[in-house]
Design a protein around this ligand. Structure first.
Ligand SMILES: Nc1ncnc2c1ncn2[C@@H]1O[C@H](COP(=O)(O)OP(=O)(O)O)[C@@H](O)[C@H]1O
Ligand SMILES: [Mg+2]
Length: 261
């Protein structure tokens, strides 16, 4: 099972947008996918839930342990894509993760998830919180949406330092430019400096996701961002396959083939 965190210490940079579209791409490829929203905003589940609104995780149940937490997982509108919604009381999520990890139970929880899922996407809250650091221990790849700016590199270094503090090294980090407007000089300069970073453009289709309540691949797959998210997922998938945390490519024969491990 592969765990991919969508993280930036800043808010409003495109984390939930990335989480929704990458989770959809993963499920489309036949991977049993869970989008776990650690952010209290509930933006991802609001777009993907069958009834179009998130069902906030019950904070009391959250505190009861992994069994209850697993029971909170529910289906999305899309086959192969499950959701664990954000808790409106972020303190309880924080406390839960920190306490869980201290008791070595977070690894038990991920072991349980491994029986059911091939890919877990974490929509992380912003900030350098203890809870973020704990889940990074179980993360194989960190995707960081970055708004182009001369401070982008500095922000990434802070993220690296934050993760290194806890375990001495950090999982591979994939920075991706987010909300790019090539007419802006600052954006052009940042893109020129980091030509190998993938790019998601500023585009009205992304804004439309919120009122259509759909991932971009459902209504504008041929748009520049529709294609960009599909390319981005393929790059991530390749990396996870190389790391041997993702073991099969289910779409090869049209059906999911990954066995629970
Ligand atoms: N590439 C983009 N083009 C246009 N609007 C975007 C783009 N990416 C995100 N947005 C919008 O910006 C806002 C913040 O994005 P969001 O994904 O919620 O960020 P975060 O989860 O980091 O707070 C949302 O209203 C979203 O629809
Ligand atoms: Mg968000």
């Amino acid at each position: 099972m592969a765990v991919v965190a969508i993280y930036n210490s800043k808010g409003g940079v495109g984390k939930s947008t990335f989480a929704v579209n990458l989770a959809w791409e993963s499920a489309q490829q036949g991977y049993r996918t869970l989008l776990w929203e650690l952010d209290e905003q509930g933006d991802s589940s609001w777009i993907l839930s069958p009834d179009g609104r998130s069902c906030p995780t019950n904070a009391n149940q959250f505190m009861l342990g992994s069994g209850k937490l697993l029971q909170q997982i529910h289906s999305s509108k899309f086959s192969g894509l499950s959701l664990l919604d954000g808790d409106p009381n972020i303190r309880s999520t924080e406390n839960f993760l920190v306490a869980f990890s201290r008791q070595q139970q977070l690894s038990k929880l991920f072991a349980e998830l491994e029986k059911k899922f091939d890919v877990i996407l974490l929509d992380c809250p912003p900030g350098f919180s203890e809870a973020n650091r704990k889940v990074m221990l179980f993360t194989h790849l960190v995707v960081v949406p970055v708004i182009p700016s001369p401070l982008a590199e500095r922000g990434l270094n802070k993220i690296r330092e934050f993760m290194i503090l806890h375990r001495g090294h950090h999982p591979p980090i994939l920075p991706v430019f987010s909300m790019v407007d090539r007419r802006r000089k600052m954006h052009k300069l940042a893109l020129d400096e980091n030509q190998d970073w993938p790019v998601i453009n500023m585009a009205s289709e992304i804004e439309q996701m919120t009122y259509r309540k759909l991932p971009i691949g459902e209504f504008a797959p041929a748009s520049s961002n529709g294609l960009a998210f599909s390319r981005l997922w393929r790059g991530i998938e390749r990396k996870l396959l190389d790391m041997v945390v993702l073991r099969t490519k289910p779409k090869d024969d049209g059906t999911p083939t990954t066995e629970p491990s």
